[in-house]
Design a protein around this ligand. Structure first.
Ligand code: AP5
Length: 217
């Protein structure tokens, strides 16, 4: 049983590494960003409420995202989870600790992915995703093998996110430094923090994540 948090700024590579762990370690990815985008796409009341906040790059309220995670934990029989993009505030971190305890689970590791701002801009502005299976690509660092065709599922429905632009990214980074980066100290104090170089090539980052998880096993 492994429960981990991938912690890092927008574009650090959390989603990319989470998808690898799902394939390789049979863990369930819980991405609050994906859950919110799904709610937006299906036009639920909550999805409509958060659409503008997300497009601007601001954080959605703690109440909404904690509710989403609680629902997933209540309805899943999975052994282990990768929390991707959650928690993002101290209130969310406290809530996660309580939810895990209520389910008889504990946190095994918080992996901080360190990437500098310049690289984040390049990563975010070059990102595109398969609209069918969610595989994440990049114009330069991870292009599809056949132009416009998803390597994983063969779909040609490639999408770019509404918040992947310079203005939103500035706000997303500011939100990260103001509200999320204090979690680094919080988890360090709890003895759960592992810090890795997120600037390395995707396979090397995956190796560093695997080394942390193997230490915990
Ligand atoms: P969310 O979807 O969580 O976005 P984010 O945190 O900004 O993170 P990203 O998905 O942009 O980046 P990533 O780290 O997953 O990077 P990726 O692997 O794609 O949140 C979106 C919004 O939802 C928030 O702004 C907020 O409004 C709301 N929200 C979500 N959760 C919330 C919460 N808990 N509380 C409140 N509000 C919340 O990689 C990026 C690119 O780089 C890709 O193209 C990839 O191919 C490439 N890449 C990845 N790794 C490497 C590497 N090692 N080398 C080179 N390229 C790489």
């Amino acid at each position: 049983m492994t429960n981990i948090i991938l912690l890092g700024p927008p574009g650090a590579g959390k989603g990319t590494q989470a998808r690898k762990l799902v394939d390789e370690r049979n863990l369930v990815q819980l991405s609050t960003g994906d859950m919110l985008r799904d709610a937006k796409a299906s036009g639920t009341e909550m999805g409509n409420k958060v659409a503008d906040v997300m497009a601007k790059g601001q954080l959605v309220t703690d109440e909404i995202v904690i509710g989403l995670i609680e629902e997933k934990l209540n309805n899943s029989t999975a052994d282990g989870f990768i929390f991707d993009g959650f928690p993002r505030t101290l209130a969310q971190a406290d809530a996660l600790g309580k939810l895990l305890a209520r389910h008889g689970k504990k946190l095994d590791a918080v992996i901080e992915m360190r990437v500098d701002d310049e690289a984040l801009v390049a990563r975010i502005t070059g990102r595109f995703t398969c609209g069918n299976c969610g595989e994440v690509y990049h114009d330069q660092t991870k292009p599809t093998k056949i132009d416009g065709v998803c390597d994983a599922c063969g779909s040609t429905n490639m999408v770019r996110r509404a918040d992947d632009n310079a203005d939103s990214l500035r706000t997303r980074l500011m939100e990260y430094y103001k509200k999320t980066s204090p979690l680094i100290g919080y988890y360090y104090a709890n003895g759960d923090l592992f810090s890795i170089d997120g600037l390395a090539e995707i396979g090397e980052v995956a190796g560093a994540v695997a080394a942390v998880l193997d230490q915990q096993a």
